[in-house]
Design a protein around this ligand. Structure first.
Ligand code: IPE
Ligand code: IPE
Ligand code: MG
Length: 250
């Protein structure tokens, strides 16, 4: 089926407000071509452009991309360094496109631990695009859900110890407000590429009721058409939120 056919089938009134993606399979993509893993990461940038543009064109307000996990530091130093400089180059070369398309850049994760150059270009990108309103693109960078929940709990505990907050007043809203995604609606659709069927420490709290979509497509091959397919799949599902099917239909 062609691109435009799939796109036309999407109900624009029922778009997910937030799509979260685990961009996976770069290494295997490169290996299948007899190349080094970094070649796969470089070729993943095209897919980042496609999904960002695809979401912006449809009108999806929030898109989060898992770019580097706290666990990814355990990879060979050469690969980690290459990923960090690829991030710098990509952010710097894409800022203009983000500006032209009115897209705001944000980040979740422990930014303070990133190499200075990477952190600086990220902060510059965030600063330059902060007034943009069409869509928010969130990079999960040095992110993991357990890190996020831990730092959130620490901050809540500090408030309790200073008598600024009573334990009985800690509710779901308070917890959400102490996460890196503060103010961002929970993802309704989570897409993971490359056939891996796991969450890998990603948005554990926020994905509580997300629809999960897994595809065999390796990240560097991901195109708008694959995004449309995922959204159509999402729109075909019945989201019950604990109710019965009959309740949801009526
Ligand atoms: C995802 O691709 C990119 C990052 C985690 C940075 P991988 O590098 O995990 O690719 P595979 O899973 O080894 O194929
Ligand atoms: C998850 O991918 C992290 C990112 C996409 C940045 P990984 O490829 O690192 O995940 P695992 O470790 O195989 O689950
Ligand atoms: Mg992987």
């Amino acid at each position: 089926m062609s691109d435009s056919n799939l796109k036309d089938k999407i109900d624009l009134n029922r778009l997910p407000k937030h799509i979260a993606t685990i961009m996976d399979g770069n290494g295997r993509w490169a290996k299948s071509k007899g190349k080094v893993r970094v070649f796969g990461h470089k070729n993943g940038v095209k897919a980042v452009r496609e999904i960002t543009e695809g979401c912006a064109e449809l009108g999806v307000p929030y898109l989060t991309l898992y770019a580097f996990s706290t666990e990814n530091w355990q990879r060979p130093k050469l690969e980690v360094n290459a990923l960090m400089s690829l991030l710098v180059n990509t952010i710097e070369s894409e800022i203009k496109t983000l500006q032209d398309n009115n897209i705001k850049l944000q980040a979740i994760g422990d930014i303070s631990k990133l190499p200075e150059k990477t952190r600086n270009s990220l902060l510059r990108g965030i600063e330059d695009t902060r007034n943009n309103t069409r869509m928010t693109l969130i990079l999960a960078l040095n992110y993991s859900s357990r890190w996020e929940l831990t730092q959130g709990m620490q901050r809540i505990a500090e408030k309790v110890s200073r008598d600024e907050l009573k334990p009985a007043d800690i509710n779901e809203h308070v917890i959400s407000e102490h996460l890196a995604t503060q103010g961002i609606p929970d993802p309704e659709l989570m897409i993971r590429t490359s056939g891996e069927l796991r969450i890998s420490n990603y948005l554990l709290w926020q994905l509580a009721y997300a629809e999960l979509y897994f595809t065999e497509v390796l990240w560097p091959d991901f195109r708008k058409e694959n995004l449309y397919q995922a959204i159509l799949d999402f729109q075909g599902r019945e989201r019950r939120f604990g109710k019965t099917g009959e309740q949801v239909v009526s």
